[in-house]
Design a binder for this molecule. Structure first.
Ligand code: NAD
Length: 452
């Protein structure tokens, strides 16, 4: 007990400067105490803490956000700690139903901050929308006609979003492609837009819809689709992790052996789309929970990353692992990441507003770098685990609690049932039922003995 109190006191001291995201033993604390501790990182009000714990979105707001609303759907919200990216500390809110994800990010972030380095760089927030023109008689001539009118078209596009233009963003260029399709050649116009701190889909869609009739007139054709491309390959993030291999020793493998096995696991993903899909799912395990917690469109994120993974014609892993001359393990990843800190839901969801403040991100580039870095670390942890002790051991320890609850255990009892199953290495619904029954009988007997 005394030890525990001392630990808590230490935690307070360590995190009190509000600059370090290193929160030792955060996972051992009580939920409310974790919220109290976060105040030292960022001054949360009592109301904000209550909202994070109980209700970040009211049914009334939900009713405005979607059609036919009947309520609000909950997901666990956790904080991954310890992350240091580009030499700056971050805490990372994650809304996710899968156990292990938040622990994996916190643990790998700690490993890298102690034994390596994590860097990321995002390109400018460039998105583009597409206008599809069909029934165009001479596509080459049409292309030239559009390009000659580029200046006028850009002016009209920018008139649609004076706010964006004022912030230094807006439509910057127009490109034209001629593609072959099942219904013959098509002229595809790309409107290239700097979206600043917005994800930008609505902004670029508006521009595309405004320009479509002008383009129809210009090429004497017919416009069909006018919509953003989710293969946002001009809005990329490049992440790199460097790690001393000694710290990779695990499950009887030396650090050297573990590093070589990680690289071979990556080579498997590089050669085989069946494995690449799961490799990339590991990346998205780190990214999607952040996108959800920050009110970003995670379907758009998923579409972008997977389309980028297939850009060579074969579906590939988006990250790679290799050894540097010095012997360090290097992980690298390049992915599209179109995220916003304004616009869409980000500006109206009360929980998102609190979580963005907690993240201390200043612009969309920083958020994209953070999400991509979390994706790479999550992927690294999964591959490291796979290549050494296997995924089930750690995963099952946490999953055991879900199985225990599924079997009917609640509160402390769920933890007891889960611990017993983890200890036995048998995490199954039927076993959870047996243990629960046994513990309940024992508890009742103990109560009866006390009463005698
Ligand atoms: P938005 O239109 O709500 O906000 C963007 C606007 O905010 C900008 O156009 C600008 O006028 C203004 N703004 C104010 N401050 C800004 C700043 N600092 N930086 C940039 N802009 C600023 O939203 P959006 O970002 O254009 O669109 C995102 C939404 O579009 C998401 O909710 C997404 O789900 C949805 N959406 C996605 C798709 C898709 O991905 N295929 C398609 C349609 C809609």
């Amino acid at each position: 007990m005394e030890d525990e109190v001392k630990k808590l006191t230490d935690v307070k001291k360590l995190s009190v400067n509000g600059k370090s995201s290193r929160f030792p033993g955060f996972y051992k604390l009580d939920l409310s105490y974790r919220l109290d501790l976060l105040e030292q990182w960022y001054p949360l009000t009592t109301n904000e803490k209550w909202m994070l714990k109980r209700e970040t979105l009211t049914p009334e707001l939900a009713d405005i956000m979607v059609e036919n609303a009947i309520g609000v759907f909950g997901l666990p919200l956790g904080i991954a700690v310890n992350l240091k990216l580009n030499n700056k500390d971050y805490i990372v809110p994650m809304a996710v139903e899968e156990s292990s994800v938040i622990a994996a990010l916190s643990n790998s972030a700690r490993l890298i901050r102690d034994h390596g380095k994590l860097t990321a760089k995002a390109t400018d927030p460039i998105m583009f929308s597409q206008v599809q023109l069909v029934n165009v008689k001479d596509p080459e001539k049409a292309k030239n006609r559009i390009l000659r009118k580029k200046k006028d078209l850009l002016r009209v596009a920018n008139e649609q979003d004076p706010v964006l233009v004022k912030l230094g963003g807006g439509a910057k260029d127009i490109e034209v492609r001629i593609i072959d399709s099942l219904s013959g050649p098509m002229v595809i116009v790309h409107i290239i837009v700097d979206c600043r701190d917005a994800m930008g889909a609505n902004a670029v869609n508006t521009m595309a819809e405004t320009l479509a009739p002008l383009l129809e007139e210009l090429v004497k054709g017919e416009a069909i689709c006018k919509i953003v491309s989710n293969l946002s390959d001009r809005r990329l993030v490049r992440v790199k992790m460097e790690l001393e291999v000694d710290c990779l020793a695990r499950a009887g493998f030396s650090g050297e052996e573990a590093a070589e096995r990680i690289i071979k696991a990556y080579h498997f993903a590089d050669a085989d789309p069946y494995r690449a899909a799961t490799h990339n799912k590991g990346v998205m395990n780190g990214i999607d929970p952040i996108l959800i917690a920050t009110g970003n469109d995670w379907r758009a994120g998923e579409a972008g990353v997977h389309a980028y993974a297939a850009r060579s014609g074969q579906y590939k892993p988006v990250s790679k692992f290799y050894r540097e001359k010095s012997g360090k393990l290097i992980g690298e990843m390049e992915i599209p990441m179109a995220l916003g800190i304004v616009g869409g839901v980000t500006s109206i969801h009360p929980g998102v507003k609190i979580l963005l403040k907690l993240m201390k991100v200043k612009n969309s580039k920083q958020l994209s770098e953070l999400a991509a870095a979390a994706g790479l670390l999550q992927n690294f942890t999964a591959v490291w685990t796979l290549a050494t002790e296997g995924i089930q051991k750690g995963h099952m320890t946490l999953h055991a609690r879900n199985v225990a609850v599924f079997a009917g255990a609640i509160g402390e009892m769920a933890v007891k049932v889960a611990n017993q199953m983890a200890h036995e290495g048998r995490v199954r619904y039927d076993r959870a039922k047996q243990i629960l029954k046994h513990l309940l009988v024992r508890e009742t007997q103990e109560e009866e003995n006390k009463d005698k």
